[in-house]
Ligand binder design. Structure first.
Ligand code: APR
Length: 242
């Protein structure tokens, strides 16, 4: 075990209220590509077209083809990895109080994590923009062969319940995240480039509230300088040891 991992293990062991903030890097080892960094999704697909609410409203079939061909098959095949499982154990031991995730893959819940706050929604849930009825992604995916973009039984347009660029974050999730961030004494970032706001303000808020700020991320992040400890290694490697 590296010296830094030993230090991080000690800091987490001494924590009375740990919060984990996760990003796409956590699910990379489950086969879901990250957005940025090597081979990132946004190097192949232009986010201003594939993940922007204006563009979705203009031409929803663009997003739905991306969902059908790129996102659904990858999310459907993905299983929680060792890093997700290690975080469930930290919760069961009473160390980890809240997970705040930017991920939309639902893998924290699949792994058995009970307290998960989804800042950017969850792509397994599909909602009607007219009547707000909710469908499971499997049911909607099957219908895409016949009609794309998919419509609700009320005739309204369907959209995955995820936050696209240009949309506000769900207020309830933000409130939960701010509350947990105010109460924690240790704030661990796992697998996020910390470049997308307002989510990236949350680790900053934790540090300003006097919490220890720990980061596990392969690439450097804008908060590395102010963090108390940074480990540039794969999440599962470090979390399994912790
Ligand atoms: N272990 C740890 N870190 C990893 C791993 C791994 N196995 N694999 C990749 N990483 C790191 C990369 O170095 C990168 O800095 O994970 C980070 C992923 O960064 P992004 O792809 O930018 O993902 P994220 O920070 O979650 O993006 C935030 O951007 O497009 C929006 O809504 C989308 O929620 C997403 C938001």
């Amino acid at each position: 075990m590296s010296e830094k991992t030993k230090q991080m293990k000690e800091l987490i062991r001494n924590s009375h209220n740990l919060v984990v903030f996760s990003g796409a890097g956590l699910s990379a080892e489950s086969g879901i590509p990250t957005y940025r960094g090597a081979g990132g999704l946004w190097s192949k697909y232009d986010p201003s077209k594939y993940a922007d609410i204006q563009y979705f409203n203009q031409d929803p079939s663009y997003y739905w083809r991306f969902f059908k061909e790129e996102r659904y098959p990858v999310i459907k095949a993905a299983r929680p990895n060792k890093a997700h499982e290690a975080m469930v154990r930290l919760e069961q031991q009473g160390t980890l109080f809240q997970v705040i995730t930017q991920n939309i893959d639902g893998l924290h819940q699949e792994a058995g994590q009970r307290k998960v706050c989804e800042l950017h929604g969850n792509t397994r849930r599909i909602i009607c923009l007219e009547c707000n009825r909710s469908y499971h992604m499997d049911e909607v995916y099957r219908g895409l062969e016949k009609i794309l973009p998919p419509l609700c039984s009320c005739g309204g347009l369907l959209k995955p319940d995820v936050v696209l660029f240009g949309e506000p974050l769900p207020q309830e999730a933000l409130n939960t995240a701010w509350q947990a961030t105010r109460e924690c004494d240790t704030f661990l970032v796992v697998g996020s480039s910390l470049v997308v706001n307002p989510a990236a303000q949350i680790p900053l808020l934790a540090k300003q509230n006097g919490s220890l700020l720990l980061i596990i991320n392969i690439d450097t992040t804008p908060l590395d300088e102010m963090a108390d400890l940074v480990i540039h290694c794969p999440a599962s490697e470090v979390l399994m040891e912790i």
